[in-house]
Design a protein around this ligand. Structure first.
Ligand SMILES: C[S@@+](CC[C@H](N)C(=O)[O-])C[C@H]1O[C@@H](n2cnc3c(N)ncnc32)[C@H](O)[C@@H]1O
Length: 311
């Protein structure tokens, strides 16, 4: 197995796959979820997205063994609506997002890790122009400080950004462990070993390189528009910035407008587009965390489309 799929049973159960339904796996990865969906929608269709070509090639072979009723787009998931419209599909029965990175992206020399020495890269799509090397070597002090604050929520962001800018004057910062060493020297050994700021700094750079939060915001709105009434949106997140964003968007479109809240019956045009299915997020159980420590920060949120409508 290349990638251990987190909260797989829960995702598939909440998606409520119908035999003749049309589904979207927005984050195909190594087809852990997609395989289960395709096995269940035998007379339906599965559309899948991944911006990582390595995943697409691998998943294509896995899914071909199950059926022919699927199509994979090597694309950002924010392009979901355009891609589906291009093949004549305007609405679907369910959409799954299993956000973040896959195990091969972390483990196979793609420059995402702070645990081994690799060339700084972090692009999910290796055809994209901007890599972690560019961010670390070309962003200004202000830009670095801002992304470390915003996407890493790291209080020592100014110190770390300052040190990076100082160090790269002598020579470019090329590898992951060079960057880890600079982070360590900027904050001091005690803070480094107590708080491990390299985790959030690497997370921040990864989010910036792949424009992850902008992607999620756009794609969730597209997904909500594409769902049929009764269709479900199932989202797994892996850190608090992702989870807060997903929660905010689901809440925004599931609340009744203040203006009509007190009315005995809410006119249909004022009824919300969504109903929240998981009041609290679903978390992996101890057994899953034991089997795969990467699952420990996962949170699953689900909502259902209540009526026709686009955002
Ligand atoms: C956690 S993995 C998904 C694993 C998959 N559910 C499985 O079971 O194998 C996340 C995947 O989403 C992809 N991804 C992340 N952001 C994306 C985006 N904006 N557009 C398309 N794919 C994206 C990554 O390349 C990665 O392969």
């Amino acid at each position: 197995m290349k990638h251990y799929t987190v909260l797989k049973n829960e995702c598939i159960d909440y998606l409520q796959v119908k035999e003749n339904g049309i589904y979207v796996d927005a984050t195909l990865g190594y087809a852990g979820d997609a395989k289960e969906i395709l096995q269940r929608c035998k007379k339906g269709y599965l559309f899948a997205f991944d911006r990582d070509e390595q995943s697409v090639l691998y998943a294509q072979e896995v899914l071909e063994k199950i059926g022919t009723n699927f199509k994979i787009f090597h694309e950002r998931f924010s392009k979901m609506e355009e891609c589906l419209t291009s093949v004549g599909v305007n609405e679907v029965d369910g959409i799954l997002f299993d956000l973040g990175v896959s195990s091969p992206q972390l483990d196979e020399n793609r420059g995402f890790t702070f645990m081994r020495d690799e060339k700084l890269d972090m692009r999910m799509n290796t055809e994209d122009e901007k890599s972690a090397y560019d961010v670390v070597n070309e962003y200004s002090y202000e830009e670095l400080k801002n992304i470390f604050y915003l996407y890493g929520e790291e209080s020592k962001s100014p110190l770390i950004a300052k040190k990076i800018v100082e160090e790269r004057k002598a020579k470019p910062i090329v590898t992951t462990l060079e960057l880890v060493d600079i982070i360590k020297r900027s904050v001091g050994a005690k803070y480094f070993y107590d708080k491990h700021p390299e985790r959030v700094i690497f997370q921040a750079i990864r989010i910036e390189v792949n424009e992850e939060l902008q992607e999620i915001e756009t794609a969730l709105k597209r997904a909500i528009s594409l769902l049929k009434p009764g269709g479900r949106l199932v989202v797994v997140t892996f850190h608090s910035l992702e989870d807060r964003l997903v929660k905010k968007i689901m809440k925004q479109y599931s609340e009744v407008d203040e203006m009509v809240k007190g009315l005995p019956t809410i006119p249909i045009e004022y009824q919300p587009l969504l109903k929240i299915i998981t009041k609290k997020p679903i978390l992996p159980n101890e057994e899953e965390i034991k089997a795969n420590s990467r699952s420990k920060s996962a949170k699953l949120r689900v909502c259902e489309k209540e009526k026709e409508g686009k955002i």
